[in-house]
Design a protein around this ligand. Sequence first.
Ligand SMILES: [Zn+2]
Length: 212
Amino acid sequence: MKIYPVTVQELIPTNAYFYIDEDTNHGVLIDPGSEAERLLSVMRSQGFQLEALLLTHGHFDHIGAVEELRQELNIPVIMQENGRDYAENPNWNLSAQFHGNFILQNVTYQKDGAVIAYPEAPGLHLKLIHTPGHTTDGCIYYDEEHHVAFVGDTIFAGSFGRTDFPGGNEAVLYRSIRDKILTLPEETILLSGHSEETTVGREKNGPIWGRR
Ligand SMILES: [Zn+2]
């Protein structure tokens, strides 16, 4: 599997990730936060064929390019099932406060434990694991075979997501991180929305979680 990160800049800097089966060049795009045109041009110049857009949660800076990409590519948009509160409410997805009103249409809502896989991308198997706390719909997409997890704003290198937005809850976030992320194999690479990459082992033994 190939990880091709693009830090989009138009709203606030957010890491979007193409996750691509190298044998077929088919895959998914995670958290297209803004700059739809730039993401499309990366996709075309690299020859990537996208099967779906996956969202780690419904905040404006992770969903800003979704509608434009969906209309252009006509592919499913996937969120955890609590995502409807964010997809359909600009006050919850924070676009009303920051950058105009975003509403996502035709989202496919998936439950905790759902496996994202496509015949066109045989190497790709991502498990949706619900990790609420930053938002109620927060989730990670975990590739057990390749030791990679796309974690959105649940955990960052040396830090974690804010809990003061609608649906945020610090105790719930701590529990998600401790029980659902730090229990993954230590070599698992964590790719977040707003930090450099880290690993489960580094965070588990680091200054934030090592002492708790
Ligand atoms: Zn967020």
